[in-house]
Design a protein around this ligand. Structure first.
Ligand code: FA5
Length: 335
């Protein structure tokens, strides 16, 4: 019997020394499994109860239980200490240094085309023009018929677009605003818009299927090409600074007579070379008559140009796709 009790003592001693050597909660769990777990050495001793004489069984059982609870108590204590130490280490690892400078949140800012639009608006509002908008998804009538395009006129082929039905399309030009204004307003008029426009065109360095146009017109008594030229000179100076000049050359648009294309030149850009920007002219009398405007009394000018052309010219960036693809590496330059 005493030999058996000695065996309990030996196992307990080994358990205690294993505990003493174990560092960290993982190692302690292994010791726990080896001695106290279901198949642990101390637990297995109970299985030997059958081989022990009846009268010695209670003392043996008691001795095993006492040994187990001493080992358990030592283990619990050590486990708690190890866990505390590990947690402290984890806190240290995950500690937040509140004195470190913060990471700046990136704020959105206006796109270069929006900045250009703001500049255009500032210019025209400053001249007493009224800003108006009209639908992107437009009736054929406003995009073409109201603008004096004869039926099946080849000029329409230059502005092929995306049709939703035979009568409804994505507008090809900001000039489609005119009919809307003439329906509800009478001259004198000074109106402008900045519009997203669409054309069924192959995309290249200077063309996109989706782009933007400024369009402006002015109708009053005694308005002539001189007013148009003066306004466009001032516009060029506002956009490109200083001594920008405007050049007109005859061109055809069904809604103006005479019609011109216009180019600008400034000493700062491309060595003063002329660069084409858009179209312009005197509003065709057919249009004025269509809306009951007295052509003996009133005349007006109109002009339109691509918005993308403005920052392209101002910066010398010669690929329009850069302005439309929203690559931040490109756009960030215009902060
Ligand atoms: C027009 O759209 C006329 N509505 C302009 C106008 C208004 C003339 C008033 C007379 C009176 P045009 O098709 O040429 O004209 O286009 C004008 C400008 O829009 C072009 O000079 C160019 O700067 C720009 N543009 C035209 N097509 C594209 C395109 N696919 N991609 C980018 N910009 C374009």
């Amino acid at each position: 019997m005493s030999t058996t009790l000695d065996a309990i003592g030996t196992i307990e001693e080994r358990a205690m020394s294993a505990l003493a050597q174990a560092t960290g909660t993982a190692a302690l769990k292994e010791v726990e499994a080896a001695f106290l777990g279901k198949k642990g050495e101390l637990s297995l001793l109970m299985g030997e109860l059958g081989e022990i004489p009846n009268e010695a069984r209670p003392a043996f059982g008691k001795a095993v239980n006492e040994a187990k609870s001493r080992v358990q108590a030592a283990l619990d204590e050590k486990f708690a200490a190890a866990k505390g130490g590990e947690r402290a280490k984890q806190f240290e690892r995950e500690r937040i240094d509140i004195s470190m400078p913060g990471r700046r949140a990136t704020a959105g800012r206006e796109h270069i085309l929006q900045l250009t639009t703001n500049k255009i608006k500032e210019f025209f509002v400053g001249l007493g023009f009224e800003y108006r908008e009209s639908p992107e998804l437009e009736k054929f009538e406003y995009n073409f018929t109201a603008l004096n395009y004869p039926e099946d006129h080849p000029a329409m082929d230059e502005q092929d677009t995306f049709y939703v039905t035979d009568d409804v399309l994505l507008r090809t030009q900001a000039t489609s605003l005119q009919g809307h204004v003439f329906e509800d307003r009478k001259p004198p008029l000074r109106v402008f818009t900045v519009s997203r426009t669409f054309r069924n065109e192959a995309v290249d360095r200077t063309h996109s299927h989706t782009f933007h146009q400024v369009d402006a017109f002015m109708i009053d008594e005694g308005i002539s090409m001189a007013h148009l030229k003066g306004t466009l000179n001032a516009f060029a100076s506002a956009m490109f600074g200083g001594e920008a000049k405007v050049r007109f050359r005859p061109d055809f648009f069904p809604f103006v007579e005479p019609g011109v294309d216009y180019a600008i030149s400034t000493p700062k850009l491309f060595g003063g070379k002329w660069v084409e920007l858009g179209g312009a002219g005197m509003i065709h009398p057919n249009i004025l008559r269509r809306y009951g405007i007295d052509t003996e009394r009133y005349t007006g000018w109109a002009f339109g140009l691509g918005v993308e052309r403005i920052p392209m010219m101002a910066t010398g960036i010669d690929d329009l796709r850069n302005f439309l693809e929203n690559d931040l590496r490109f756009l960030d330059q215009f902060a």
